[in-house]
Design a protein around this ligand. Structure first.
Ligand SMILES: [Zn+2]
Length: 273
């Protein structure tokens, strides 16, 4: 049910990580089983949703293109190998597109006790050929809002150049590691030539959302189809807000302070993204 005063065009932007039945310790919560993923993508198709890449959606947010009926976005963070092996065939079966954000320093990294293996360059190209937009999720996946300004270019610009060299095309979208950004980080992403960036927020995007902090809802392993149905109906999550909430600022101040005293494992155990 739509509450009074809510914009009509709520746009669910789903954020997945790995699609696997063998999640590692470090990815268990964020790894959706292939059967559940298939059911969730089938639901998007049954509901007549129009899938968009993030770059296409950002163009609509800027008023450069009209929105299609019932838009939906599917995104993947981190670039796990199962994205090409398991998720891509499902996306193709239901005629869905998606945007995959890869961490350039981890491309080709093997399976470890804590982590699923990552896409190699051939698999990144295969995804792109399969209609999936490829975006940058930084070079080393550190919390960018806690880095010194001089450390940002490697994370934001070099990761983009590496992807563009490999793919032979422009890379236009970025996703902040852990969803964390600051005004300085968002400025740096824009200055580097990206036209959009995804945050997390666990809120519903809409026509007045910020193209450089697009709200997503992270899909956890125990999210059933009913959860996705509620999301498509615009129930259960707040509408995205512009700017930052006070607690976001407070949490950043805490993480920065930890970094300065040498305890920084930014976001570890608290957030995915
Ligand atoms: Zn991530």
């Amino acid at each position: 049910m739509t509450a009074p005063g809510r914009p009509r065009a709520v746009v669910p932007v789903l954020g997945y990580h790995s699609i696997s039945d063998e999640p590692r310790d470090g990815t268990l919560r964020w790894s959706v089983s292939p059967g559940d993923f298939d059911e969730q993508m089938a639901l998007l198709a049954q509901r007549g949703r129009t899938p968009l890449t993030v770059t296409a959606y950002a163009a609509m947010l800027r008023g450069e293109a009209p929105p299609p009926p019932r838009p939906v976005l599917v995104t993947f963070d981190d670039g796990f190998a199962d994205l090409a092996e398991t998720a891509l065939p499902v996306l193709r079966r239901y005629g869905l597109t998606a945007t995959a954000y890869v961490i350039t320093s981890r491309i080709g990294s093997p399976r470890t006790r804590r982590s699923d293996p990552f896409l190699d360059w051939d698999a990144v190209a295969e995804l792109r050929a399969g209609g999936v937009e490829i975006g940058s999720h930084s070079h080393t996946h550190r919390a960018l809002d806690c880095l010194a300004r001089g450390e940002l270019p490697q994370e934001i610009t070099l990761s983009r150049l590496a992807l563009e060299d490999a793919l032979g095309e422009r890379v236009s979208s970025f996703a902040y590691p852990y969803g964390y950004s600051s005004a300085a980080v968002r400025r740096a992403v824009r200055a580097a030539g990206y036209t959009s960036a995804c945050a997390v927020k666990n809120a519903l995007s809409h026509g007045a959302d910020d193209p450089f902090a697009i709200a997503r809802v992270l899909v956890e392993r125990d999210a059933g189809t009913a959860t996705i149905e509620a999301l498509l109906d615009g129930r259960g999550w707040p509408l995205a807000w512009r700017g930052e909430q006070l607690r976001t600022r407070g949490w950043r101040a805490y993480r920065r302070a930890r970094r300065y005293v040498g305890l920084a494992r930014a976001g570890a155990g608290r957030a995915a993204g």
